[in-house]
Design a protein around this ligand. Structure first.
Ligand code: SF4
Ligand code: SF4
Length: 352
């Protein structure tokens, strides 16, 4: 497929039927909570669209975000790479190396100036002139600033590029920061998670290709369609939480009965992500369904918030009834933690 080809022509050439294509669009529309009619509009727009040029920069990261994307089920990675986007530069996946790889980035910037999407995973080290992570002799900071200049939009994939992530955790030896700490003059969407859910990455890219803009974002620049609710809001163990039935250890009777993991440190009440609805591995399961509490990996500073196995702190409220109820079952503390988180979210939204 050449750069002037449309996605529709490419699909026809690859033998992908209209039915399969519509199925894909319906799945994407439903993932993004768009009305059913949007699937047809999306199919129409995508068919006429040229492949979106994408430059993907990987900085201080563990490659987990790319690993997550390569486990994408709907669409598959091949569909995304060859049919929906043109992944013109990606450190881990590209065949080219050395000078040829760098010239691919420069060539894409030149030919698609002002149009390409820049995806970034990993945080950016700023201490000591940014020497702690370089690519082709260029510091991450300088490569980001240079490549961001010609981007139509930037997608910070993963908690490290969205908030600094684990490299940013105390004592942050490399002075790691997020993309939005450095770039101030471009539309930036954060898709946090350690790693993010692959279908969410695919969904936001499909949205950009279809509508030519980023979806609606919340106060932390996350796509609202995927980050509007907490894990706790949608958790299938919630009825047990509401009844005050909590597992006390990972192998007690409560755990075997699938009771709530709040007392084992679950951070679901204060974590905004779509794990409980979209799930992982093609919708097979998610951590809480596998018996482990949510770590809160899609929230800023999740690594510095104390033990993963310590229950969320008791609310500061001095309401004796709240504390008494919490002492009995832990339920009020969880409810209050969720309310505090919601209030905090609402306050920040008002400020913005
Ligand atoms: S505390 Fe965790 S396990 Fe319990 S209902 Fe909420 S999200 Fe689910
Ligand atoms: S359940 Fe929580 S810790 Fe696990 S992937 Fe989802 S947001 Fe991250």
């Amino acid at each position: 497929m050449d750069e002037f080809d449309t996605l529709g022509a490419g699909l026809a050439r690859s033998g992908i039927s209209r039915r399969s294509f519509l199925k894909f669009c319906t799945a994407m529309a439903s993932l993004m909570a768009l009305p059913p009619s949007a699937a047809y509009a999306m199919a129409d727009a995508l068919k006429r669209a040229q492949r979106q040029s994408v430059i993907w920069l990987s900085f201080q990261e563990c490659t987990g975000c790319v690993e997550s994307l390569t486990r994408s089920f709907d669409p598959t990675l091949e569909q995304m790479i060859f049919e929906m986007i043109s992944l013109d530069y990606q450190h881990t996946l590209q065949a080219a190396s050395g000078t040829a790889a760098e010239s691919a980035r420069e060539q894409t910037m030149k030919s698609s100036w002002g149009k390409y999407v820049l995806i970034v995973d990993g945080s950016i080290p700023t201490r000591d002139g940014g020497v702690y992570s370089t690519v082709a002799g260029i510091s991450n900071h300088d490569m980001l600033v240079e490549t961001a200049k010609g981007a139509a939009a930037i997608v910070a994939v993963g908690t490290c590029s969205a908030y600094g992530g684990i490299p940013h955790a105390n004592p942050n030896p490399t002075g790691a920061v997020s993309v939005s700490d450095i770039i101030k003059d471009k539309p930036i969407m954060n898709v946090p998670g350690c790693p993010p859910i692959p279908s969410v990455i695919a969904g936001v890219l499909a949205y950009f290709v279809t509508y030519g803009k980023l979806p609606e974002l919340d106060h932390l620049n996350r796509p609202k369609v995927f980050f509007a609710d907490t894990i706790h809001d949608r958790c299938y163990r919630r009825p047990f939480y509401d009844q005050g039935k909590f597992a006390k250890t990972f192998d007690d009777e409560g755990a075997r009965n699938g009771w709530c993991l709040y007392e084992l440190g679950c951070k679901g009440p204060t974590t905004y992500n779509a794990c409980a609805t979209i799930k992982w591995n093609g919708g097979v399961s998610f951590p809480i369904e596998s018996g482990h509490g949510c770590l809160g990996c899609s929230e800023p500073n999740f690594w510095d918030k104390g033990s993963f196995y310590k229950p969320l702190p008791m609310p500061l409220a001095t309401n004796n009834r709240v504390i008494a109820a919490a002492a009995i079952g832990g339920i009020a503390a969880g409810a209050a933690a969720a309310v505090i988180s919601r209030k905090h979210q609402a306050d920040i939204s008002k400020e913005n």
